[in-house]
Design a protein around this ligand. Structure first.
Ligand SMILES: Cc1cc2nc3c(=O)[nH]c(=O)nc-3n(C[C@H](O)[C@H](O)[C@H](O)COP(=O)(O)OP(=O)(O)OC[C@H]3O[C@@H](n4cnc5c(N)ncnc54)[C@H](O)[C@@H]3O)c2cc1C
Length: 407
């Protein structure tokens, strides 16, 4: 077993680490200052566009996309350590590299399932970082962790035109508050009474400016609006009419597309989470050696040693499991790596939440303040125990797979 990164990964890692030091970390405070002066807090601060231009110039662009025709053509194993580095500054770095969710998943869907017109109209500007996008599945009225519950209708127009009419209410639609978000991929039912509950759903492209689409309000995360991610919006589709050619793939294919979309999305989240944990450990260590309490540095307290050591052990374990999963996705495909994808999605957010929590504790009041990124990292990591499938849903599926061997 060879644990070394290959030459291309090493080269990109070195480049990306330098980009983070030179451009991304210094831009964190600048982005906050600029956002406070914007006409709307949902607009993109100028420094973000500057970061994007520089990343693109340096070839640090669309690294997430394994398809070399459209993206960098990296394997999951090559991308994993790079995504981890971007996770150290999750508000800025993924966007700077055009590797931010939900655009990444949406671009993958369009690459794999979009037709030529859809690719030209929506994939091309997304790949160029000119627009943003959102993925609209979750609904406030139903338990959406079970996608078969979705109630949004995608119906053929009754007036004989070649249109679909989309009606439903969605929430926690990430990115949708940002005015640059021009397109929604909407999951709804084209055949709500169909016998096969996994063939009732379809996915359709709904441009933001379609009459009947209302971005109603920003949903909060722990009471705060998540400006840097373009918010998480409640969106109403009230008889929003789009051409039939906006359907992605075939009628009834929505469930399968959602499954295909979520595999890479989940591992990307886990990679970035490990970077978030590394940032928390770094902050924890820097604080511990620079602050005294009761006559000695915090770093000399045994309990702090335990926190730091446990965090290091946990991160090393998580990284190995994530890299193994990435390798499996590359070698046996996303389906073959299904159990491992579930395992990392269960293991990573909760462990990283724990590490960030300790780092917050070590910082005292500073830990929950706006002067350190820890509170924001915590909120981001905690929501990943819910988003992209709550832990319990993955546990259910993993346990059933395990039990099957004995039935
Ligand atoms: C910050 C954030 C961003 C998000 N971004 C998006 C987005 O861009 N697009 C989008 O469509 N959605 C998004 N979501 C929504 C997210 O994917 C859903 O919240 C998630 O799938 C759970 O659905 P639900 O909220 O309806 O919870 P429910 O389905 O009502 O589940 C509630 C709880 O029930 C428990 N539960 C469910 N099933 C089981 C089971 N089988 N066994 C045991 N317990 C169970 C779990 O603890 C679960 O958390 C986002 C959510 C957050 C918090």
């Amino acid at each position: 077993m060879d644990f070394a990164f290959d030459a291309r990964t090493e080269e990109l890692r070195a480049k990306l680490l330098a980009f983070m030091d030179e451009y991304v970390y210094p831009a964190e405070a600048v982005a906050e200052e600029q956002r406070a002066l914007l006409a709307s807090p949902w607009d993109t601060p100028a420094v973000v566009e500057e970061l994007k231009a520089e990343a693109r110039r340096q070839g640090l662009w669309n690294l997430f996309l394994p398809d070399a025709e459209y993206g960098a053509g990296l394997t999951n194993l090559q991308y994993a350590p790079l995504a981890e580095i971007t996770g150290r500054s999750p508000q800025l770095a993924p966007t700077a590299l055009n590797c931010a969710a939900p655009d990444t998943g949406n671009m993958e869907v369009l690459t794999q399932f979009g037709d030529e017109q859809q690719k030209k109209q929506w994939l091309a500007p997304l790949l160029a970082g000119e627009i943003r996008s959102a993925f609209a599945m979750t609904e406030p009225e139903v338990a959406s962790s079970d996608a078969t519950n979705i109630t949004t209708h995608i119906e053929r127009a009754s007036d004989g035109t070649d249109d679909y009419v989309v009606t439903g209410r969605k929430w926690y639609i990430s990115g949708a508050m940002n005015p640059d978000c021009k397109i929604f991929i909407v999951m709804g039912k084209t055949d709500p009474d169909g016998a096969d509950i996994r063939r009732q759903q379809s996915m359709i492209l709904v441009p933001r400016d379609t009459p009947g689409v209302t971005v109603e309000r920003a949903m909060r995360v722990f009471g705060y609006e998540d400006h840097s991610h373009g918010g998480h919006a409640e969106v109403i589709f009230d008889h929003a009419r789009v051409p039939a050619s906006n359907l992605i793939g075939e009628e009834g294919g929505g469930f399968a597309i959602a499954q295909a979309r979520l595999g890479p999305g989940r591992i990307h989240h886990c990679m970035r989470l490990i970077g978030m944990a590394e940032r928390a450990i770094e902050l924890m260590c820097r604080r511990a050696v620079s602050r005294d309490a009761f006559g000695k540095a915090l770093a000399q307290q045994g309990v702090v040693h335990n926190w730091i050591a446990d965090a290091r052990v946990t991160v090393e374990q998580l990284r190995l499991l994530v890299l193994k999963t990435a390798w499996l996705m590359d070698t046996v495909g996303n389906r073959g790596a299904h159990a491992e994808i579930q395992a990392i999605k269960i293991a990573t957010p909760r462990a990283v939440v724990d590490i960030i929590d300790r780092a917050i504790q070590l910082h005292g009041a500073g830990g929950v303040s706006q002067d350190f990124p820890l509170a924001e990292l915590y909120a981001g990591a905690r929501t990943l125990m819910i988003a992209d499938g709550p832990d319990e849903v993955h546990q259910r599926s993993l346990a059933r797979r395990e039990l099957k061997k004995y039935l």
